[in-house]
Ligand binder design. Structure first.
Ligand SMILES: [Fe+2]
Length: 313
């Protein structure tokens, strides 16, 4: 028979003391969260009869996860980052905040402070032109009524042909494939970049180790991340996932959503390529418009305060 003690006065007293309920210092909010967390963990240990070996293996796993900086990768891998989107969608629906481009997960690979460009940008540093396909990406940012938004900041970032991101991949130049493009008077942004590759979790990393035990792969389809912001409009965190990728609807991070599939077109036309300044005759075009909701309060214009990387920091 299963023995359970977590509900007893002794254990509850222990957890209350451990979570700082017997002092008036610290953060009441953290005390509340930690008390719930400790209690739920204790219940898991009891209900699922977690062995000591399993418990300490999990503690060791957390050490290794943090050591590799992969906590922000496991979270989407377990569906929790997408859950946060679904929860926010439900809150929005209840508040009547609907319409516009769907949100989707940010992921852990944003770097703040990318170069700001007016209307258009060249995003790649040219170092992969021997193997990359040049991509022309453009679109319009619109408001809730469908009118173009001039001066919106389209802050976008994506991986290179190897599926790696600058800053995290030290072999790339600073801010390679990261730009902030300010929309022109017609609300338009234009970027010349390279077609990104999808990518997977490190095969030898702790996230993939967990996914292996869940019988899952750790692959993402090719995609492009966006933060879109403009005064008076609600901040949007989203991604375009590229049509034709084998992982489009089998994304380990659950980021692909209806309304966020980018219909990328590959064009083989030497003359057209030359007109656009592309060697080799092959390039890609991707057009994607965004629609922002109205900001109901000034805080809605800002992205979350999630800790993020900053180049040079
Ligand atoms: Fe990504």
């Amino acid at each position: 028979m299963t023995v359970k003690v977590s509900h007893t006065d002794d254990v509850q007293g222990l957890f209350r003391e451990a979570c700082g309920f017997n002092n008036d210092q610290g953060s009441p909010r953290l005390k509340q969260l930690m008390f719930r967390l400790v209690n739920d963990l204790a219940k898991i240990v009891e209900d699922l009869e977690v062995t000591e070996d399993e418990f300490w293996k999990a503690v060791d796993y957390l050490n290794r996860l943090g050591g590799r900086g992969e906590a922000g990768l496991l979270v989407p891998g377990l569906g929790l980052e997408h859950f946060l989107d679904l929860l926010q969608d439900a809150k929005d629906a209840r508040a009547g905040l609907t319409g516009g481009t769907p949100r989707t997960i940010e992921g852990p690979l944003y770097v703040a402070g990318a170069p700001v460009c007016q209307g258009e940008a060249r995003m790649d540093d040219g170092s992969e032109l021997d193997r990359a396909t040049v991509m022309f990406l453009q679109g319009v940012v619109r408001d809730a009524e469908g009118k173009p938004v001039a001066g919106a900041v389209v802050d976008l970032w994506h991986a290179n042909t190897l599926g790696n991101y600058s800053y995290f991949d030290k072999s790339q130049s600073d801010y390679n494939l990261r730009r902030r493009i300010v929309t022109d008077a017609e609300g338009r942004y234009r970027a010349r970049s390279i077609v990104p590759s999808g990518y997977g979790c490190s095969p030898d990393g702790p996230t993939q180790e967990c996914l292996n035990l869940l019988g899952r792969h750790g692959q993402r389809p090719a995609h492009i991340h966006f933060f879109i912001s403009a005064p008076g409009h609600r901040h949007l965190t989203t991604q375009i996932n590229l049509a034709g990728d084998r992982y489009l609807w089998d994304d380990f991070a659950y980021a692909t959503r209806e309304g966020l599939v980018g219909d990328i077109r590959f064009i083989e036309d030497t003359a057209a390529a030359r007109d656009r300044g592309v060697e080799g005759g092959r390039f890609a075009e991707l057009e994607f418009d965004f629609q922002l909701q109205k900001a109901v309060a000034p805080e809605a214009e800002k992205r979350s305060q999630r800790p993020r990387a900053l180049q040079g920091a």
